[in-house]
Unconditional design. Sequence first.
Length: 700
Amino acid sequence: MTTTTPITPPISPTASKPRPILLRKSSGGKGALKEKIVQIYEAFFKGTDPSVGNPNFWDELFLLKVNTTFIETEFEKLSGDQLLSLKDNINTLFYKCVLTLKEDYPIRIVNAIQTICALVRGIFKKSIGGDFGFDMIDILIGFDAAEGLMQTLIEHCNHFLTGEHSDNLKGLVLKLLLVLVTATENVSQNTLLEYVMINSVYEAIVLLLGNPTMRQAHGHDAVLLLTILVQYRKYESANPYIVKLSILDDELALNGYAQVVSSALTEYNRLYQQKNIEPQNTGFFSSFTNMVGNMFIPEESSNVEAIKANDSILLALYEAIHLNRNFITTLTHSHTHSAPTTPPSSPVTPGTPSGGEEPGTPKMDITALEPTNQPTNLLVTFLEYSSIIMQNTRDETRFNNAKLCLTIMTCIAEDQYANSLMHDVNMNFRVPLHRMPMRHRKGMVDGEPPSRPLACSFLDLMVEFTMSHMMKNLPMELYLKCLGIAHRVLCYQKKCRVRLQYTWKGMWTALINLLKFMMSNENYLVKKHDIFNLCSKVVNIFNLFITYGDTFLPSPSSYDDLYYEIIRMHQVFDNLYSMALRYTSGEGQWKDSAVRLTNHLVNVRAIINHFTPKVDSWAAANHLSSLEEEQVLQVVRDNYDTLTLKLQDSLDQYERYAEQPKETAFFTQLVRSIITDVRKNISFSNYQIQTVLQQFSTIS
C-alpha cells in the first residue's frame, strides 16, 4: 500500500551540522528562557504548522534534542475535542519521524525514535484517562496511511535490530517496540499490535537471543517483548507469535531464551542468600545498625516490588514450557554458573544494575557470594526461586507469583519427557531449597544439599509447601495445585515403573498433618472452602500408594512402612471419616464432596480395620502394652494375604492442565500488571542517548 503524504514537503537529503539550541524569552515570564524545541512543540499543540515558509524546518527539527516529558505533558492537558483538532499536525509529525529513520544521520534517527515514543505514550494515555469514542490510530497516524507507515516503521526496526548497528541503538529500538506493545493496559485492545502481527519482529528477536553478545545487552527486553506479543488476543484468534514460538527449534535461540530467564532468577536467588548471610553478623552494634536501617528503608515494600518484577520473567518461562516441547530439553540442559547474561532494562530488584548506569556507579561486592562450578540448569534455578517465593503467600503479589510457579511446575509434571529427565539417575543436581523459618528449625537447610535426581527436589518442594502453609487463611488454590503436582509425578512413576530412591515417609507425614489441621479447624475452614475436596486429593494420593505402590516404591519395606504409618495414625483417618459422614446427611453445601470423601476412604479404612485387631491381638498374646515399630511391621507382613481391598478407578488419571477457561482471568490480570510496570519503567536517560549517538557515529 502506498502511503499518502500529509501537508509536508519532502525532507532534504543533505544533512547539515547540528545547530545550537536557541533560547528565547517567554512572553509570560520575567526573563524565563525557553528551548527552541519547546517553542516548536507549543506551536504544534496550538494547531499551527511551524513548517510553513521554512523549507528546512524538518531538517532542523530532528537535530534538536527531544523533550519527551513536555510532549506527554501537553497531551495530558488536551480535551477530546482539542486532540481531534490536532489530528493533522500529529499525523504529519508521525509521518516525518518514520521517514527520518531511513536517513544515515544518527542524531535525527535517535530523535525521531524518541519522538515516536512520546507521541504514542501521550496519545494512548488519553484513551486510558477517558473514553473519547474515537480511534487512537487515526489520531496518531491516520487511517489511510496507517498500514503503509507501520510497515515501514517495523521494517526499519528490523533493520536496526539485525544489522551492523550499535548495541545502544538496538536497545533504543527495543524500547520503541515495548512502547508500542504496552500502549494500552489491556494488550488485546491495543490495535497497534495488528500491524506488528502482520509485519513480524519475531525473526529479529530470535536472532538477538541466539547471539551471545547481543543477548547479553538485549536479552531481557527481547524476551519481554516476545512474551507480551504472545498475549495479544491469544484466546480469540490465531496469533502468529504463538505459532512461531511453539515450533521454534533453534537450539541457540532456545538456550538464549533460557539463559535470560535463568539469569534473572539467579540474581534474585543471590540477593536472597546475601540478605540471609548478613544477619549472621550478630552483636549489639550490628543489631542496632540493622534496626536503624530498617526504620528508613521500606524493606518489605522493596521485596514486594522485586517479586513483582519477576512476573514477566516467570510468564516468559511459562509460555516457553507451555507452548514449546523443544524447550524441555533446554530446561534441564546442564551448565555451570556464570555471570548474569542479561541485565534488566529497568530496576527490578534492589541492587540490580540497570542497563543505563552512569559511569562510576558503585558496584556491589559479591565476591563472597560467588557460586561454585557445581553443574546446574534452569530447572534447578527455578526450583530454588520457587522455594523462596512459596515461603510467604499472604499478600496478593506473593500469592500470584507462587501460583505462577506452581502452574509452571504443573506443566512440567505433565510432560513425559520432562519427567524422564527429572527421574534419570544419571542426571543428579544439588538444589538448594530454602525453607520458611519456624520456631523448631532454621530457614535454610544446613550443609550442602545432596546430589539427586531433580524429581526428589520437585517432591521436596511440594512436601515443604504442604507442611508450612497450614493457617486459617488457607491458600486453598495453591494447595490444590501442590497436591496435583505430586499426583502427576506419582502417576508417571506408576506408569513407567520408576522406583525413585526417595524418603516417602516425609510426604506421608506431611499429608497426614494436613488432614489433622483440616479437622482441627473444620468449623472455620468449612465456611470458606470445600475442605472435603482437598481431603479427597490427599486420600487419593494414599490410595495410589496403596493400590500401585508395589510398581514404584523403591523396596518392599517401603510398602510395609506405608501400612505402618496408616495404622499408626489410624485415629486421624477415623476422625476424617466421621467428619465427612456428618456432612452426608441433610442438604448442606458440601454434601456431594463429603460423600466422595467417604468413598475414597474405603481402602484406608479396610487396612485399619484389618490390621488393628491383629496388632492388638498379637500384643495381648505376648503380654505387651505397646509395640515397637518392627513388631508392628512383622504383624503387617504376616497378614497381607488376608487383606481385601477394593480396586478404585481412575486413581492414576488427572485432568490435564488447560489455561482456558480456568486460568484466563488470572493471566489477563497478570499481563495487565506487567504492562503497567513496563510502561512505568521505560525511560530514556541522557547518558544512554549520548552513548547511542557516540557508538552510532563510530560504526557509521
